[in-house]
Design a binder for this molecule. Structure first.
Ligand code: 5GP
Length: 359
């Protein structure tokens, strides 16, 4: 199929994004606004390394970075997303970007963060995110539903993890449509999963949906078994789950027997070197097994991608037909965390699909 044709179809296709980290999804134009604001409004010293030299927080086409370098980028981003106003601007712009790319349902995840120097608290952070989401939904010409997952950063320890779960419980109770679950993420080379597991169990017992980054790096099979014991409602990446890639048969069987949906982020994995090339991505394995999978962006700002591009590169790498592409976007509805929206989303996909169907 011609590249331009697949590109157009993927762009017009109504899509669901289930794995997007807020601060990794910032476009370069929003990043420029943030850096300028940080310099001017907040009158930061121009000798501040992170903002004057290091603010290239995008890995452009053809470039790669190590996982460690990617995590260093988050530090830079967090420096400029330092108060509620910046958080709201980011959430608004990110939701508008996704809506313009044809996303009809977005599960946005973010780590509630306090900043004593600006007075931002975890609570004011969450509310600032939701304010930005509401602004985008009101302003956008496109129709998009947004739900939030609160992220546990595995490097921050058990008390912080428990605190995040409590916040998620509270927010789900007070505004049931916004926070739908918990994400477990952060630098996979840091943190003790055994200590963090009780918070994740508590989240599940509290009825929150839980998506877990696991097997993102090699040689973590014991940690992966612990995380799979929950079991998670969805898995992020799972790059090293397969026995052919250093995983264990037991772990792979758990994932297949429970049919745990896997959020696959091809460009992110290739650009971070955890997968050598698109054609060697684990997508090929799972699609052949008819295992539940969903294509996602992860950090569209950092990895300089869009969900349309992710569908396009997946289609071209694995020889998918137009109906395969449509089926992938349709199946994503089965895995969304807001059960109450599924019918509406299916209807929307069906009617939008008819409108956007190529002649
Ligand atoms: P935020 O939670 O600040 O909105 O988004 C950035 C954070 O998401 C990072 O600091 C990191 O904790 C998490 N994150 C983003 N991308 C990845 C990823 O690919 N793997 C993991 N494990 N965590 C990630």
């Amino acid at each position: 199929m011609a590249e331009q044709y697949v590109k157009d179809v993927c762009k017009r296709l109504p899509k669901l994004e289930l794995h997007a980290h807020l601060n990794g999804s910032i476009s370069s134009s929003t990043m420029r606004k943030l850096v300028e604001r940080y310099r001017q409004t907040l009158k930061q010293s121009s000798s501040d390394f992170s903002v004057t030299h290091g603010w290239t927080t995008t890995i452009h086409k053809g470039n790669k970075r190590t996982l460690k370098e990617c995590f260093a980028m988050f530090k830079i981003i967090h420096t400029v997303v330092c108060d509620e106003e910046a958080v709201t601007m980011v959430a608004r712009d990110v939701v508008c970007d996704f809506a313009a790319d044809g996303i009809i349902y977005l599960e946005l995840r973010s780590t509630p963060r306090c900043n004593p120097s600006t007075g931002m608290t975890k609570i004011s952070y969450i509310e600032a995110v939701w304010k930005g989401v509401e602004q985008a939904v009101a302003e956008s010409n496109f129709s998009i539903d947004v739900r939030l997952l609160l992220s546990i950063d595995r490097s921050r320890g058990a008390a912080d993890a428990l605190d995040t779960v409590e916040l998620a419980k509270e927010y789900r109770k007070s505004s049931p449509t916004n926070v739908v679950g918990i994400d477990f993420s952060g630098n996979p080379e840091v943190g003790n999963v055994r200590e963090l597991l009780p918070a994740l169990k508590y989240a599940k017992e509290s009825g929150l949906k839980v998506s877990i980054h696991l097997a993102e790096v090699p040689d973590v099979n014991n940690e992966t078994s612990l995380l799979l014991s929950l079991p998670p409602d969805r898995i992020g990446h799972g790059t090293f789950l397969l026995p052919s890639n250093g995983g264990t048969i037991e772990n792979m069987e758990l994932v297949t027997n429970y049919k745990i949906p896997i959020e696959l982020c091809l460009t992110s994995n290739v650009k971070c070197h955890t997968v050598p090339s698109y054609d060697q991505h684990q997508f090929g394995f799972w699609i052949n097994r008819a295992h539940p999978i969903v294509i996602c962006t992860d950090d569209k700002g950092i990895f300089s991608t869009t969900l349309s591009e992710e569908y396009q590169v997946t289609a071209q790498t694995f020889g998918l037909s137009i109906s395969d592409i449509r089926e992938l976007s349709k199946q994503a509805v089965d895995y969304v965390f807001d059960e109450d929206l599924k019918t509406k989303l299916r209807e929307k996909l069906e009617s939008d699909g008819i409108k956007s169907r190529p002649h």
